[in-house]
Design a protein. Structure first.
Length: 229
């Protein structure tokens, strides 16, 4: 018997579908703004909405100000391709530090834009009834491939946790925290974030090595087999 429209699985599917549609709309607005800027325009929200074929009201739901939109397009356009930073087989510890530095350097080069972008994220989240995250998640374009290259070393659970931990030290809110709360200079902020990214990868690898050593230790097999079922 097919699930009813009110069943949890259908509701979850509907919510995921709406979330995906919102992400596509957001990306369409960013792509439209990038195209207009590449054509030499300094576009308004109205012009971007027209190019993206959405209403002005819709555009304002995603970007409360033109400043927020411009900050987003600058980050989208100037973000280095991952292959400029990391190639399969490269040292993951060093590469993650380079990735953190590349993204954070891009964002902190326009510190006012950094705060405008974060304010935009918070405004959209607060005004979105479902509070579905609509952030572009650019940092994951760097984090996920590097961490997934460790699939023969780290378990899926360990990789998931590492990705989540790395998301804390890269991006707008990470830089705002270290600058505004940690009172770090720009150079100190970049150094601290890259250091933290490298440390997290090292820790994940060290924990895996400890677990492997423990499993290979004399008596580990017998203790495991004699444990109560």
């Amino acid at each position: 018997m097919p699930p009813s429209k009110s069943s949890p699985s259908v509701r979850d599917g509907d919510q995921q579908g709406r979330a995906n549609q919102r992400r596509r709309t957001r990306q369409a607005l960013i792509d439209a703004a990038v195209a207009l800027r590449d054509e030499g325009h300094n576009p308004s929200i109205e012009q971007v909405a027209e190019r993206a074929m959405v209403s002005r009201a819709t555009a304002y739901r995603y970007f409360p100000s033109v400043e927020a939109l411009i900050s987003e397009t600058a980050a989208d356009r100037d973000m280095q391709p991952l292959e400029h930073i990391w190639q399969p087989g490269d040292d993951p510890v060093k590469s993650m530090g380079l990735a953190a530095n590349a993204l954070n350097q891009l964002l902190i080069d326009d510190e006012i834009g950094l705060h405008v972008m974060e304010r935009s994220f918070m405004t959209v989240w607060l005004e979105n009834e479902s509070h579905t995250p609509l952030r572009p998640g650019r940092r994951m374009n760097y984090i996920e491939p590097i961490v997934d290259s460790l699939k023969d070393v780290l378990s899926p659970r360990a990789r998931k946790r590492l990705k989540q931990a790395l998301s804390i030290v890269m991006g707008t809110e990470a830089l705002i925290a270290v600058r505004d709360v940690g009172r770090a200079s720009i150079d100190e902020s970049l150094d601290a974030a890259a250091w933290a990214a490298r440390a997290l990868v090292r820790q994940a690898l060290a924990e895996d090595e400890q677990a492997r050593t423990k499993r290979k230790a004399p008596g580990a097999r017998s203790r495991s087999s004699s444990s109560p079922q």
